[in-house]
Write a protein that binds this ligand. Structure first.
Ligand SMILES: Cc1ncc(COP(=O)(O)O)c(C=O)c1O
Length: 397
């Protein structure tokens, strides 16, 4: 962190542990796809809080349901099954195409649970399999298990030693995965679209090849869809686009639209040999408020047919980005799928996001060479046009 930024953080946020590098604005209000700071400046939000606020801000239908739940029950722990959890589980399982799920409070926790579910499967089957194959440049979260399968040295090194039995293959390189498989391999974990790693979609032959490799060797395929899941790729979950169902699926972010909630889901094949009472738990996981959010969000997604909207609007977004590449010498490429896109730039990424902020546009980096575009899924063409205009100005400033 640069000295100027350090000083700013000390002056404005001296009460916090400084693990973040936030924009120098204080947000006060959100409405639709816009955020407003305390000075009244308006920002078009193409971050959606790291792919969380898929419905944008202030969705009335969702908020009405949340308010009603607040007036009813806020917490029961898992001492009792409750109607909100039953409805949320049924709705989510229908959309994600899995058989059983466990609610968590975050994406990282969903990954932790997924790893544990896999280990328990190996234990119950007495297979002698316990190793994970993960991908280089992947991101799965900050807790120890999730960090152990994250393929970025910068995130990992200060916290080593991490979980034993993890090997890293090159993403989108099936031979590199195959070369690591042995009789101890328990599971292969990957993001169908690497998000934090720079927005790289998995190739179809890679995903299908992993599925086949797993089927042939009784290895579990774990898809982490915490960032790319629930509508963002134009399918409810990205795996559906590959027609290669994982054995374990993680999700979070979009499923709660801002209420902290995540889940890991299992196929019946895994569930039969996996976690049983006493193996895993969470005091808050699957709480009534979070589950009400999940049900309401899922219902709105279905009513608006958001995945189809994403399919349509992303065609327009891609066309506009490709045109920007032709017109603007600082843009050299585009990558991504649906509303998880990145534009490769020759200018410095941090400097560009700061200039965009000055133009009233919120965007973040994708790796160290690109700008990531992860807007609310409800954006319309006019928002794409506005973003292009502002990004162009930011790049040409
Ligand atoms: C693919 C993926 N997995 C896991 C996580 C961790 O989620 P959380 O920050 O909710 O713990 C993230 C967060 O960005 C993510 O992108």
């Amino acid at each position: 962190m640069e000295n100027k930024e350090k000083q700013y953080m000390e002056e404005t946020q001296s009460h916090l542990v400084h693990t973040y590098n936030p924009f120098p604005i204080v947000v006060k209000k959100g409405e639709g796809v816009y955020l407003y700071d305390e000075e009244g400046n308006k920002y078009l939000d193409f971050t959606s809080g790291y792919a969380v606020s898929s419905l944008g801000y202030g969705n009335k239908e969702l908020n009405k349901k949340l308010k009603a739940q607040i007036d009813n029950i806020l917490h029961t722990s898992n001492l009792f099954y409750h109607t909100a959890q039953k409805e949320a589980a049924e709705r989510l399982l229908k959309l994600c195409g899995m058989d059983r799920l466990f609610f968590t409070n975050s994406g990282g926790e969903a990954v932790e649970g997924a790893l544990k579910a896999a280990r328990k499967y190996g234990f119950e089957k007495k297979s002698g399999r316990y190793e994970f194959i993960a991908m280089k440049e992947s991101f799965h979260g900050r807790s120890f298990g999730a960090l152990s399968v994250t393929g970025h040295d910068a995130y990992r090194t200060p916290f080593e030693p991490l979980l034993a039995g993890v090997k890293f293959a090159a993403f989108n390189d099936l031979d590199s995965v195959r070369a690591l498989v042995n009789e101890k391999t328990l599971a292969i974990i990957f993001e169908p679209v690497q998000g934090e790693g720079g927005v790289y979609p998995a190739k179809e032959e890679f995903v299908k090849g992993i599925r086949k490799l797993c089927d042939e060797n009784d290895i579990l395929m774990i898809c982490d869809e915490v960032q790319c899941g629930m509508g963002r790729t134009g399918n409810y979950f990205a795996w559906q686009g590959y027609k290669a169902r994982p054995d374990i699926l993680t999700m979070a972010k979009a499923i709660g639209n801002g209420i902290p909630v995540g889940a890991f889901a299992l196929t019946e094949k895994v569930a039969k040999y996996s976690l049983s009472p006493g193996d895993h738990g969470s005091t808050y996981g699957g709480g009534p408020l979070a589950c009400t959010a999940v049900s309401a969000v899922a219902k709105i997604f279905e009513k608006k047919n958001l995945p189809d909207h994403v399919k349509e609007i992303s065609v327009y977004l891609e066309e506009k980005l490709d045109k920007l590449k032709e017109e603007c010498p600082f843009v050299t490429g585009r990558r991504g799928v649906g509303l998880l896109q990145a534009v490769k730039i020759t200018k410095q990424v941090k400097e560009t996001t700061m200039r965009a902020l000055g133009e009233g546009l919120l965007v973040i980096g994708a790796g160290d060479d690109a700008i990531r575009l992860i807007p609310p899924l409800v954006i319309e063409k006019e928002h794409v046009d506005e973003m292009i205009e502002k990004l162009k100005k930011a790049l040409e400033a």
